[in-house]
Design a protein around this ligand. Structure first.
Ligand code: KG4
Ligand code: ZN
Length: 342
């Protein structure tokens, strides 16, 4: 690690960049917990016309926006390059072209400013959103990570080491939200739209199937989309709000039930939530209520740290830098990067 640049304050500042999908984000975080700035420039409008993320469009937009997003993060945090102790970027999983923009920029800055570069796993970033607010959390803990590309239950056995307990065998939970919203003609991205619409609906009107509910800790979400399509064809008069509420209820039910089951199985005292779908109102409420009922402590990060952001990447980077040291400047990007296992 490089010399302490904190001027005796012991404050370690990381600039992190997140470009794995359709948000161009940069943040400055001190000591892995103190968020000095968290800037997110969303590309949603660019992709909405296509009904989903177009990789080439995403890469070009990251290239366009990254410099100004980083500059804004530095200005808001009131820091300049000599104050920094490291520059981090998400190096996977994600869209390869999009990842490479962030990784290349971070490595160039690290080289120019003579500070360490840290490549961060995006899912480890989602997991560290929890530690941003509660760095003192007790291990082992069980985390449900639900995003547009992943649905995982992982056990954190020791800091930085993970054990996969369950994952989806087909679609990710966020993907199911997006596909159902698209089928219902609600727009993109589907998660937040279904979340809002479901609040106006009655979840008891339609009971959609809870796939693999009694079957271990894995998930399957491809069948529920087909169930929605079949139901809407047979019942064209049922309101979209009731369909959205019934769909959301089924997804949340399976996610929460399996996370609590996982915690019981491994004897963890705490359950946490992370990833874009963790911004979902019903998931947040049900997760908290069921954890309480099961006698488990629970942690649900602020919404701003659930959907893609760079503060969570900085938090993970801080931990990696202190414990593993810098990533080599020859470190690349891996679209299917896995979490380090125990
Ligand atoms: O973590 P994230 O921002 O990006 C990925 O890493 O994929 O997650 C994006 C996913 C999308 O599928 C989006 O529809 C979903 O998270 N999402 C939500 C909500 N906000 C975002 N799903 C349900 N309810 C929400 N409020
Ligand atoms: Zn994400």
């Amino acid at each position: 690690m490089t010399a302490d640049r904190s001027g005796g304050t012991g404050r370690r500042l990381i600039l992190a960049i997140e470009t794995s999908c359709d948000e161009t984000a940069a943040a400055i975080v001190a000591n892995g917990t103190d968020v000095l700035s968290n800037v997110v420039s969303s590309q949603v409008d660019l992709h909405a016309v296509y009904g989903g993320v177009v990789p080439e469009v995403a890469s070009r937009a990251h290239l366009d926006k990254l410099e100004s997003v980083v500059a804004e993060a530095m200005t808001r945090a009131d820091v300049t390059s000599p104050d920094l102790d490291g520059v981090a970027a998400t190096c996977g999983p994600g869209l390869i072209g999009a990842l490479l923009i962030g990784v290349s920029a971070a490595k160039a800055m690290a080289l120019a400013w003579d500070v360490p570069y840290i490549g961060v796993n995006h899912m480890e970033g989602h997991l560290f959103a929890t530690f941003l607010e509660r760095p003192d959390i007790e291990l082992p803990l069980v985390v449900l990570l639900v995003s547009g590309g992943h649905t995982l239950i992982v056990e954190v056995t020791e800091p930085g080491r993970y054990r996969y307990l369950g994952s989806t065998i087909d679609d990710a939970a966020g993907e199911a939200f997006d596909k159902v919203a698209r089928y219902l003609g609600l727009g993109y991205p589907g998660g937040p739209i279904i979340d809002r619409l479901a609040a106006e609906g009655d979840r008891t009107v339609v009971r959609f199937p809870r796939a693999m509910m009694d079957d271990g800790l894995d998930f399957s979400f491809s069948g529920i989309k087909t169930a929605v399509v079949n139901y809407v064809r047979r019942h064209p008069d049922v309101a979209n709000a009731d369909i959205a509420a019934g769909f959301q209820d089924a997804v949340v039910d399976v996610l929460v039930t399996k996370t609590i089951r996982a915690a019981r199985r491994v004897g963890a005292a705490t359950v946490c939530l992370g990833g874009g779908v963790a911004a979902n109102s019903q998931l947040r409420e049900t997760f908290a209520a069921e954890a309480r009922a099961a006698g488990l402590a629970h942690l649900v990060p602020d919404r701003a740290y659930c959907t893609d952001n760079a503060a969570m990447i900085a938090a993970a980077a801080h931990w990696r830098l202190v414990n593993d040291g810098p990533t080599g400047l020859d470190g690349g990007a891996d679209p299917s990067l896995k979490l380090p296992t125990a």
